[in-house]
Design a protein around this ligand. Structure first.
Ligand SMILES: Cc1cc2nc3c(=O)[nH]c(=O)nc-3n(C[C@H](O)[C@H](O)[C@H](O)COP(=O)(O)OP(=O)(O)OC[C@H]3O[C@@H](n4cnc5c(N)ncnc54)[C@H](O)[C@@H]3O)c2cc1C
Length: 484
């Protein structure tokens, strides 16, 4: 018995997230015999959780009169990456981005609108029902309807460039352990990066992994990169995870659950008071409006706590938060469950939360020097009273005195959505070998492809990661068509 319906394909796509689904659908629409592999029991990968994709000049932006310049975005992204990103890859992506939004729309994706995130530009095209609906109500049903073959619980575990352009992909059924080899003219890797491979993360990045909380589908284990490197693709662009600021680690719950927690957002995503392991402030906390910078800022210290008092908790409940978390908890939302969530976390003795009636007691509970924390808060209160942060220049509108007990400290770890990079590609998403020559008929897309970032995820253009995943999948499939 074989795992697949056939042993020969035109196109094999590894992964069924944003990049894989876009590639597979486009390839089947182009009349090819396509096999899409998914190692998990369910499809969609981390794309299921994504909220929206990037574009400039889309029909939605035009309708709203939003004008974001292609050249400005290109320059900003490339300069931000310290020229580690590839300007040609960005240019092609930018030029195709509006059509990418349109294509998804034409395939049945519904949009809620287009917006900014934090301090960013309005480039984020929010789809209805998260990425889950994009995959499961639009792309995948169409792929299957057009005769594409999808195998779940089936990993690609080997890749061989074969002879005369016929590649061999080794498949493994994750349930039964059964192995099979199929041949194909085209291979498109879309396996979602390596955030969930602890060994690779330790080797290839410089993050303190004890403080990183991966919030993703959990299946980005670097398989695509290993397969690519095995056949001579150049290793490039490693070392970057998409950090998104402060997050609470609850060892008893899946990390994704906190995405919906008002307490987690109040603790980790506000421009309020953060202190380090010495009880000192270390940054203008409004860095949180640029979420990937905030991750770096938190990582610049050995340990970080955010400090809230009863007054600010009431303010967020009555007037709304300063900053949300994507569209999971909207910016400005009244935090009506916040106190209840805090009380529950305390009653369950969650390890990230501390409460005391005085700053001195709070400092003792979290093992910070009492005098340092008291001095920090005294000075911070003074800044709030005079309306000027004389140390780090935080805007006065975010300054609040910390004076009404009870006081709370939250240990902040750092959330991460995905990695990007690993396989060097041409502007057609074809692999590049060590000499920069394309390896014909094999492609890397989405989070497996390098060329979009430097050591930190993009500046102020939300949606570039998912946007690139959809675009690069299609880009690869379009180029593959010419090759075929
Ligand atoms: C909570 C959350 C919110 C996000 N929000 C946004 C957002 O709003 N905008 C944005 O731009 N980005 C966002 N992102 C990032 C976005 O999800 C990714 O950019 C996108 O999903 C990348 O697509 P991909 O296809 O490369 O990987 P994925 O979508 O992760 O898909 C990879 C798939 O490959 C499968 N796979 C892995 N190895 C194998 C193998 N050996 N064989 C077969 N299958 C394999 C995996 O199981 C997975 O299903 C978010 C991420 C998270 C976690």
């Amino acid at each position: 018995m074989t795992l697949t319906k056939s042993t020969e394909y035109d196109v094999v796509v590894v992964g069924s997230g944003a990049a894989g689904q876009a590639a597979a659908l486009m390839a089947v629409e182009n009349g090819n015999k396509v096999l899409m592999l998914e190692k998990g029991r369910t499809t969609g990968g981390s794309a299921n959780y994504s909220e929206g994709l990037f574009a400039v000049d889309s029909y939605l932006q035009k309708e709203k009169g939003i004008d974001v310049s292609t050249i400005d975005v290109l320059k900003e992204e490339v300069e931000y990456s310290k020229y580690k990103a590839d300007s040609r890859i960005w240019r092609k992506y930018l030029d195709a981005s509006a059509e990418n939004v349109q294509w998804l729309h034409d395939e049945g994706v519904k949009y809620k609108g287009v917006q900014a995130m934090g301090a960013g530009e309005a480039t984020w095209h929010i789809y209805e029902g998260f990425g889950d609906a994009v995959i499961h109500q639009a792309l995948q049903p169409k792929f299957e309807k057009l005769g594409g073959e999808l195998l779940t619980s089936t990993s690609a575990i080997g890749l061989d460039l074969g002879e005369k352009g016929l590649k061999k992909v080794t498949l493994k059924n994750e349930g039964t352990g059964e192995i099979q080899v199929v041949t194909t003219k085209i291979v498109i890797l879309a396996a979602g990066g390596y955030l969930n491979n602890a060994e690779m993360m330790a080797k290839e990045t410089s993050y303190d992994l004890t403080r990183m909380i991966p919030v993703s589908c959990g299946k980005g284990t670097g398989d695509g990169l290993r397969l690519g490197w095995q056949v001579g693709a150049q290793k490039a662009g490693m070392g970057m995870a998409m950090l998104f600021g402060g997050y609470l680690k609850d060892p008893q719950e899946p990390s994704f659950k906190m995405m919906h927690s008002q307490m987690c957002v109040a603790a980790g995503q506000q421009p309020l008071l953060w202190v380090n392991e010495k009880g000192e402030r270390f940054v203008d906390e409004s860095v949180i409006y640029k979420f990937s910078y905030a991750g770096n800022a938190l990582y610049s210290q050995n340990n970080v706590y955010s400090i809230l008092d009863a007054k600010i908790i009431n303010e967020m409940a009555e007037k709304g938060n300063f900053m949300g978390l994507g569209v999971f908890i909207e910016r400005g939302k009244k935090m009506d469950h916040l106190q209840a969530e805090i009380d529950q976390a305390l009653s369950e003795k969650k390890p990230f939360i501390f409460k005391a009636d005085s700053i001195e007691q709070l400092a003792k509970q979290i093992n910070l020097p009492v005098s340092a924390l008291s001095k920090t808060i005294e000075q911070y209160n003074h800044f709030a009273e005079i309306g000027e942060d004389q140390t780090f220049g935080k805007d006065a509108k975010y300054l609040r005195t910390v004076e009404n007990g009870p006081f709370y400290a939250f240990k902040l770890d750092i959330g991460a959505f995905c990695t990007m990079g690993g396989l060097k590609v041409t502007t057609d998403n074809e692999f590049e070998d060590e000499s920069g020559n394309p390896i014909k008929g094999v492609y890397a897309t989405g989070n497996d492809a390098a060329g979009l970032t430097g050591d930190t995820y993009g500046p102020n253009m939300p949606g570039t990661c998912a946007g690139y995943a959809f675009y690069s999948g299609r880009n690869a499939a379009q180029h593959a068509q010419k090759y075929l």
